[in-house]
Design a protein. Structure first.
Length: 174
């Protein structure tokens, strides 16, 4: 049988324990157990918060990937409408077809620009940049070596990232 005075109750912890080391140890143990339980609870709550934040971030990333092209596609719809309207005209003259194509090209260029798709079309004499240009050939020219002579096909960037380099001819060294 255990001595009721050997195990302190919560009420007995308020009693002066300076004289009894066993009672002090029991009181300290109870205090540490309470602190441990509190810390374990805080840890579990923090873990739950981290998991919830991670889940929300994953959902946001998933939505961003899924709908990232939505604004771009929306800006291209008027271009598609213009092409369809142009094709619906059965007896258009070549001048009308050219005018419609130019207007549609302007719409497309505006849609690309709104979505941060910027053309790379270096002017002749521009220094060759291998990060934005792809040299198709080197030709003799009356300009500084390793500069653009002509652009065969425009390149494009999106948010400072090259989608397609510009295809260029470059001045050969003399």
């Amino acid at each position: 049988m255990t001595d009721p005075q050997a195990t302190p109750s919560t009420e007995s912890t308020h009693v002066d324990l300076n004289g009894d080391p066993l009672a002090q140890a029991h009181a300290e143990l109870a205090e540490l157990k309470a602190k441990s339980a509190e810390l374990a609870d805080q840890y579990l709550r923090a873990q739950a918060d981290v998991q919830n934040a991670r889940r929300r971030a994953d959902e946001e990333i998933s939505k961003a990937r899924k709908f990232a092209i939505e604004a771009f596609a929306e800006s291209l719809l008027p271009v598609a409408d213009s092409l369809e309207a142009g094709l619906a005209i059965k007896d258009a003259t070549p001048a009308q077809i050219r005018e419609g194509a130019e207007a549609t090209l302007r719409q497309l260029a505006a849609a690309l620009e709104r979505n941060k798709v910027i053309a790379i079309a270096p002017a002749p004499g521009t220094k060759f940049d291998p990060h934005q240009h792809q040299a198709i050939s080197m030709v003799p020219a009356e300009q500084e070596a390793n500069t653009v002579v002509s652009v065969l096909q425009k390149g494009y960037t999106i948010a400072d990232r090259v989608l397609r380099p510009a295809l260029v001819t470059v001045a050969a060294p003399k």
